[in-house]
Write a new protein. Structure first.
Length: 331
């Protein structure tokens, strides 16, 4: 007997060394990293290194895409090539699809698991939105617990004879960039706060028609793949510059909350408490879970983890023991 899960939240602190998952592109030979302003636990503003939620969601969908392909899950033509325009780029489908919003959503959800869980805004000749089932916040460095430095690199040219230099100079004009060059590349190390939320109850759910467009078996498959992708996202943080600056993930701790009903799985920021207090946010979550459950049945559950391995095994247990909760439908 599987436990129905309606929603799931994760609040975590990850310690990452020497990563540049968040590079914004370059100015000349200087690559910029992303800094944002946040209010710390001391009520003051701090400038911290950050990775956008878009990056994490993109990583999640990359993992989901790989799993969906391996398991032969239905995807639209566009998502079969991991085109981020999703259903909008499946021109044949868009041409033949229903002009009525509710029917269009039904057709899209049946056709494509990625459009179902990642959401979209259909824009051609219509404006039909699908809210994402997965949500990520910014990954934020804890004030005073993260540092970014710029490192000097050289690309050496193997041979520097006169003829070669002339050829390289000619290549430079065409953009071939064959000569010796120097560049600066940033890398950051520190403790980062991460938040995410999954609405498993909405997998296959048409928000306009207020009913499910796909059957129970397909919903179960999509939910399992989504949870599995989430596990992969945390243990294999993709992003920019991984070919030479693969991040060192040295620690992961936090909390997973799950809800078996329409009560939302609670989430608080792991920034709470600041760098010196590792328990505040988990204690708060514990209190919220107790308050939500009251004296009734346990609808909301909190699980904490202190290591990467513990997180992975708790997620594995959830994947194997859960099914997506079904909202009562009126149609
Ligand atoms: Zn698609």
């Amino acid at each position: 007997m599987k436990t129905p899960i309606a929603s799931l939240s994760i609040a975590a602190r990850a310690t990452l060394n020497m990563h540049s998952l968040n590079n914004e592109g370059g100015e000349g030979n200087q690559i910029q990293t992303r800094m944002v302003e946040i209010v710390g636990d001391d009520q003051n503003l701090h400038s911290v290194n950050a990775i956008s939620g878009d990056m994490l969601k993109h990583v999640l969908m990359e993992h989901f895409y790989q799993l969906a392909r391996a398991r032969h899950v239905s995807l639209c033509h566009s998502c079969q090539n991991f085109n981020t325009n999703r259903i909008n780029a499946d021109t044949d489908f868009i041409k033949s699809a229903s002009k009525k919003d509710a029917e269009f959503i039904d057709q899209t959800l049946r056709l494509c698991a990625i459009d179902d869980v990642a959401g979209f805004l259909a824009t051609e000749g219509r404006s039909t939105p699908r809210k994402s089932v997965s949500e990520f916040g910014w990954v934020l460095g804890l004030p005073e617990k993260v540092r970014t430095d710029s490192y000097f690199h050289v690309k050496y040219a193997p041979e520097r004879g006169e003829e070669k230099r002339a050829a390289d100079a000619a290549g430079q004009k065409t953009g071939a960039n064959l000569g010796q060059s120097i560049f600066h590349r940033p890398a950051s190390s520190g403790i980062y706060a991460m938040v995410c939320h999954l609405e498993l109850a909405r997998i296959g759910y048409n928000d306009i028609a207020q009913d499910y467009a796909v059957g129970e078996e397909e919903r179960q498959l999509r939910a399992s793949l989504l949870l599995e992708s989430l596990l992969h996202t945390f243990i294999e943080l993709n992003g920019a510059m991984r070919s030479t600056q693969l991040p060192h993930l040295v620690a992961l701790e936090g909390a997973i909350t799950t809800s078996t009903s329409v009560t939302p799985a609670p989430l608080v920021s792991p920034l709470m408490g600041g760098g010196e207090d590792r328990e505040s946010y988990r204690k708060q979550l514990d209190g919220i879970v107790a308050a939500l459950n009251g004296n009734g049945e346990e609808m909301v559950r909190l699980q904490t983890f202190g290591t990467i391995g513990e997180f992975a095994s708790k997620m594995r247990a959830l994947i194997d023991s859960s099914s997506p909760f079904a909202i009562a439908v009126g149609r």
